[in-house]
Design a protein around this ligand. Structure first.
Ligand code: SF4
Ligand code: SF4
Length: 69
């Protein structure tokens, strides 16, 4: 199953990946705050990820790794 991994160390909660995902399955986790003080991006429905890489391409901090399977 394809999925993404967000390295929260680099995430600044800008939301560009949220807007970039055509499946609408990336959200900012409002329940958590990372070490930088931001709500980190999170994949909310792994089953719908197509590994298109739009989110990773859009991320200015290269915080997203796409796993294709
Ligand atoms: S790889 Fe594509 S489908 Fe998967 S979370 Fe990123 S933008 Fe969405
Ligand atoms: S685009 Fe990158 S830095 Fe911005 S919210 Fe998504 S993972 Fe975090």
């Amino acid at each position: 199953m394809s999925r993404i991994i967000v390295d929260e160390t680099y995430c600044k909660g800008c939301g560009l990946c949220v807007d970039a995902c055509p499946e609408g399955i990336v959200e900012l986790d409002q329940a958590r705050i990372n070490a930088k003080g931001y709500h980190p991006a999170v994949l909310v429905d792994e089953a719908k990820c197509t590994a298109c890489s739009s989110c990773a391409t859009m991320c200015p901090d290269m915080a997203i790794t796409v796993w294709r399977s």
